[in-house]
Write a protein that binds this ligand. Sequence first.
Ligand SMILES: *Cc1c(COP(=O)(O)O)cnc(C)c1O
Length: 662
Amino acid sequence: MPHAAAIPLAAVTDPADSRRTLDACFLGPYGENDTLLERLVVEFLRDHVHWRRNFHPEDPPAIPTRAAQHPDYLAFEARMRRELHQLSAALKRSVPFHSPRYIGHMVSDLLLPGLAAQILTLPYNPNNISSDAAPVTLQLEMQVGLQLARMFGWPDDPARPDCAFGHLTSGGTLANYQGLRLALAVKAFPVALRAAAVPDLELPDDDWQAFNLSPSAGIALSSRWRQWLSAQSSAERARWSGRVQTQRIEQLGLVDFFARHRALCVPLVLAPITAHYSWSKGLKMLGLGRDQLRLLPTQGMRLDADALESTLEQCLRQRQPVLAAVAVLGTTEYGTIDPVDAVVGARERAATQDFGFSVHVDAAWGGYLTTLFRNPDGSLRALDEVRQGFAAFPQPEVHAAFAALAEVDSVTVDPHKLGYLPYGAGAFVCRDQRAMPLLAEAADYVFGDGEASDYAARYRQLGQLVPEGSKSGAMAAAVYVSHRVLPLDHAGFGMLPRQTVLAAEAFLARAQRFALEMAQAAGVVVPFAPDSNLVCLALNPRGNRTLSHANAFVRRLHDELRCDPGQPLQLKQFFASVTTLRRDVVGETDMRRILGALGIDPDGRTEGEDADRLVILRHTLMNPYLVDHENGISYIDRYFEHLQARLHALLAETAQGRPQCA
Ligand SMILES: *Cc1c(COP(=O)(O)O)cnc(C)c1O
């Protein structure tokens, strides 16, 4: 584990120039920018009203001014106000995500440009299902797709036939689901073309080959098919299109499809054991079944590339197709970065053995860290350049993982996580737009290839391609404006992830000091080197050798660090979250190392659900104001001082023989 030297407070944020920009980015922990937000909201609300009035100024007001004096009007207004006040009062019990005292889950303050754009757009109420309902914001959603594509190093020129294609979803869960849907469509389509016996396309020799084309070969074939189709007369086009449709997996369902193709079976999805539970949901939704999700072991909480290789070899030997390999860029529980480069390498090697599968990167959490690796011209920054100013970030493996994003097939990224935007904003981006028509709901969906006008046309019927129906145009506006104000490169948006990584490095250094300070009283261990901005802490009272007691102790500690709706918010000093290190996730060797360092007997027996897991504290360091330079306060220091006081208090309780767990 790299041991960073203690970082002085002054080094924990960027030079003063970017700090001054940061001052204007958020409403702020104290609501410092209230006047700015208020002015923006009022200004654009008035603007909206002018728009209404200017639509047909000759139409007189339908609601007379005197209406506001009528008892029914007043009664309605009173009811509305009462309910709004009650709502507002109840919301005071919300979790203070905006505060630098909140280092729990993956959420923080909201970026003003995005928040203002969303509030501004809401009364227009665009529906990004189709251009009939959202002539403006659908264009913005297309631009968001291109902005994200550029960040990942993909073609972002709609005039290019292989331009990337991205859209927003309700969150990372649906973006991951979209990744699975698309991978399945690309994989199964060549089988349908063969079954329909489409002429002149150089189809694969047999079902096995057809089902196991590499994604790029599969996409090229579907593209050739669309070109062939467009060259037919309209009657022939309808006939062939219908004929292929009857053979598609989306038409037949899994049961009939695999009954017709006995050489094939339901494909597996390979993902690290640290993968988010949305993957299990996705396999259920798609009807593939959870059993088809094969969870692979990790090394240092990163996907074990050797295990991936051997699983692939075994699958190939057993003629078990693989739908996709998933790499996680920023695991939800630990913030670790899987070796995307190794997963891409495995895909390339397998393709030479006619064993194709897609690579999807789940970057719901870590996606925006990519901005640190991009120059404003879109090129990749070298390891040494990215490193400047950091103690240890990025490890060479982490840099290699981000560099390899350019070669994966699709990515999930959540603007509502490290993009600092309101909830309801996930994004799915696929590297080559030519795959997308395979998801279309209607048979006569725009299928032209290679024309920039086709590209825009796909967005005009976005509802054809996404799992949702009606979807928020205001969200698209928020993401777009946010990316425009802070371009997705290290000089623009990168300012924000830089803060978070610096804060995580300061946190790590402080945690190591804390471990020394607490040495007499408790074992304190950072269980594995953090790859990004999430830092975990394992704790055990001195003298205790059992896992169950250590877990009860940390749970008790966490009870004071979590939201409690029964208590006034102000009683809470800090918020942190908790997670577990499971033996099967960490691996036996690392588990023994961590337990040993804590002073817990690795061979000790513990009954119940605690038998195979260690409960640890988890800290998400994404608040931009963790270090308050204005007042010389480090909330990181204060957190550890708080932790120290609580630890001593809990230990004293324990020593007096009071119960330590609820
Ligand atoms: C948060 C997260 C998800 C799920 O995203 P939602 O926006 O909550 O649906 C998926 N994968 C990873 C790695 C995540 O961190």
